[in-house]
Design a protein around this ligand. Structure first.
Ligand SMILES: [Zn+2]
Length: 690
């Protein structure tokens, strides 16, 4: 028997299990995770085997709280052969996806003609372009080919850089130089600035430079070879090209920032004038490139990865021209593969599955519907809000946010290592923090700008996809030399997630996260505090994590701590790095540095939630159980390894157990002994806010 797990659990979620021994035991409920599951979850109910399970030893909460709470649900979760991961976040996303899919199906089968430019017309025609494989195969690389040729036909580095700049300026294709985006300036959060992007290193430094990942690098290069053959190269030519691109990529990566450095504004915020940029890129006519990109009117440019830029400049010489052309051609093919012919799309899908340890393909129909949602995400967002959003829940959650902010203020006031002046600034940062819930007041311009040309009028999936890329560029260019629009959203309302944006000093909760298991409008307070409350407290805590602490209340990158306080903060951070580095998943150690800012946010959230519940033992037990439950997850080994190398969050199990083991209130509520798995000596417990 297979069922969607949400349907089953949402029906009977909030039940408290109380066990004997005078110890309050965990309430089984759930919460969230930042990665969505890749596909459908299949739930296997194996009645015959239940006896064996009873006999099997039950995990003790004293040894592994996460397993204790989630044992039953994880027994029921069986990753489908099209899944890389199962989490509550992913599960709710899948439920929202199903609702959207119904809309697509209805529209695609309807005989009605919808007004040009309406969401209905766009969805109906986009789905037709996506699902009409005959049209996709006949289109081939059609609309892309002339652009591809501009790269293939270059005979000098100068021509090559020009071609790249044109493609980046018109569509946003960027491989090695010329990529950019316009976004809030880190030091002056009221203004937008131009960020010059790093090179596309494809599988990336984290895989290329880690011998444990060699298996996946091989998979990637097989894909690259197949793509190049499909593009028309002979087997031998393709193999040689891959070897040369490998050398090029490793060379670039050796001079590139690590993932962790990438999140550090003190490393990435490098302001260059045009003249300085010309000194950096001695092999490029910078003025001409900026003009082609239509960003020459800016006063300055931010170079995120200076070391890599120097390396790339070195590589931009005529003897590298052939490998650079091949590399850029492949990047373009890779960017459009899933929107192209059946064969290109299949290769891209196979790669994705192999990289994440997924054995089976989704059905064609599921792939097409996902693609339709991706291409028109804001149109779907608007429909989602109209159908599902509740203003009452919004008011309720707003009240909870106020309560959590007040709790943080008390926590800050109690910190002995912070000066009064710094405490005041921290409290001001809380007071001025903007809160966004549900959906934006105004829908983004890009939604109107994105128009879909149906097949009957000469459109194709690839041509519409190129329009989509153009819209992103034009929309972004509107921000050049303009003040920041602080009302904009970085997530669609149907996203099951939340974020803190240090540049705006704001926390944002899309409509879709205001539902069970995160939030139950009829649920009790402690359980909701362990669910959405913990998520809120986590996001607020990001204002004071290792990156957020470097931004002031206006969102400017501006250090507002004293030297001694920063020193103390660094010591506390180092103890957190070391603490998490002791945990291990899938034979790989957790990277305490990569996950530092998220771990600080988790630890802070726990301090906040436990301070609100204070002496309420039963409430604390409910909150602990709820938050352990929301992190229930199951992954393929490949996906675990991918997350350990790339995700700034620690693995979910560690997120639960490490935080609880550092939480004094956890020891007050449960009888944890020194010999227990969850036990950490008081002097070894970590956190910035204790
Ligand atoms: Zn976070």
């Amino acid at each position: 028997m297979k069922k969607r797990i949400a349907a089953l659990l949402l029906a009977g979620v909030m039940t408290v299990q109380l066990t004997g021994c005078g110890v309050l035991s965990p309430l089984v409920t759930f919460i969230t995770n930042m990665k969505s599951s890749v596909g459908e979850l299949q739930l296997e109910m194996e009645e015959e085997e239940s006896d064996a399970k009873v006999n099997a030893e039950k995990k003790r909460y004293q040894d592994d709280f996460y397993e204790y709470i989630n044992e039953d649900i994880l027994d029921m979760v069986e990753l489908g052969d099209t899944d890389a991961q199962w989490t509550w976040f992913g599960e709710l996303m899948a439920v929202a996806d199903q609702d959207m899919d119904e809309i697509i199906q209805e529209l695609s089968q309807s005989e009605k003609v919808y007004p040009k430019g309406s969401s209905e017309q766009k969805i109906k025609d986009m789905y037709e372009c996506i699902s009409n494989m005959e049209n996709r195969n006949a289109t081939g690389l059609g609309p892309l080919q002339p652009h591809m040729d501009t790269i293939r036909n270059t005979t000098t580095i100068d021509e090559y850089v020009n071609a790249l700049a044109s493609l980046s300026g018109e569509f946003g294709f960027s491989s090695i130089v010329g990529g950019y985006y316009i976004d809030q300036d880190m030091a002056d959060s009221s203004m937008n600035s131009v960020y010059l992007m790093h090179a596309d290193t494809l599988i990336g430094k984290e895989y290329l430079e880690n011998p444990q990942m060699q298996e996946y690098v091989d998979v990637y290069y097989t894909y690259m070879r197949d793509m190049l053959e499909e593009f028309g190269m002979s087997q031998e030519e393709a193999a040689d090209t891959v070897s040369e691109i490998d050398i090029l990529l490793r060379d670039i990566c050796s001079s590139s920032l690590s993932m962790e450095e990438y999140y550090d504004p003190s490393v990435t915020y490098n302001v260059f004038t045009k003249e300085e940029l010309q000194e950096l890129y001695t092999n490029v006519d910078v003025e001409k490139m900026l003009k082609t990109l239509r960003i020459d009117s800016a006063d300055s440019y931010i170079v995120l990865d200076v070391g890599q830029a120097k390396k790339i400049n070195e590589l931009l010489v005529d003897e590298n021209l052939e490998v650079l052309k091949d590399f850029s051609s492949f990047v373009m093919l890779n960017d459009v593969a899933e929107y192209s012919t059946e064969e290109y799309a299949r290769l891209a899908d196979d790669l994705d599955r192999q990289m994440h340890g997924v054995t089976s393909r989704l059905s064609d129909e599921d792939i097409w519907m996902n693609l339709t949602q991706d291409m028109l995400s804001w149109d779907f967002g608007k429909i989602y809000v109209e159908k599902y959003f509740s203003e009452e829940s919004k008011a309720d959650v707003e009240a909870m946010i106020e309560k959590i902010k007040e709790a943080y203020k008390d926590i800050i006031r109690n910190q002995e290592w912070m000066s009064e002046a710094t405490k005041e600034k921290a409290i001001r940062k809380l007071d001025t923090m903007q809160v966004k819930i549900g959906y934006p007041d105004e829908w983004p311009d890009s939604m109107e700008m994105m128009q879909v040309t149906p097949i009957s009028e000469g459109g194709s999936l690839l041509s519409n996809m190129l329009v989509n890329m153009q819209v992103s560029i034009e929309d972004n260019l509107q921000d050049l030399n303009r003040e920041v629009d602080r009302t904009a959203w970085s997530m669609t309302p149907q996203t099951v997630n939340a974020y803190y944006n240090p540049g705006n000093n704001e926390i944002v909760f899309p409509a879709a996260i205001l539902q069970q298991p995160f939030y139950d409008p009829k649920g009790d307070e402690a359980s909701n505090l362990g669910g959405i409350g913990y998520v809120i407290a986590h996001e607020i805590s990001h204002a004071f994590d290792s990156n957020g602490a470097l931004y002031d209340e206006y969102g400017n990158y501006n250090v507002w701590w004293t030297q001694e306080e920063l020193q103390k903060y660094k010591e506390l951070s180092q103890s957190i790095v070391d603490y998490y580095g002791n945990y291990e998943v899938a034979g790989m150690k957790v990277d305490g540095s990569l996950t530092l800012s998220e771990n600080i946010a988790d630890l802070g959230a726990m301090t906040c939630i436990t301070s609100i519940l204070s002496e309420d033992g039963e409430g604390l037990a409910k909150a602990f159980s709820q938050l352990a439950y929301i992190w229930a997850s199951e992954e393929t080994v490949a996906y675990q390894m991918y997350l350990l190398s790339n995700d700034t969050h620690a693995p979910n199990k560690v997120r639960v157990n490490a935080v609880l083991s550092s939480c004094d209130a956890f020891y007050d509520v449960y009888d944890i002994e020194e010999s227990d798995g969850m036990y950490v000596a008081p002097e070894d417990r970590v956190g910035v806010w204790k």
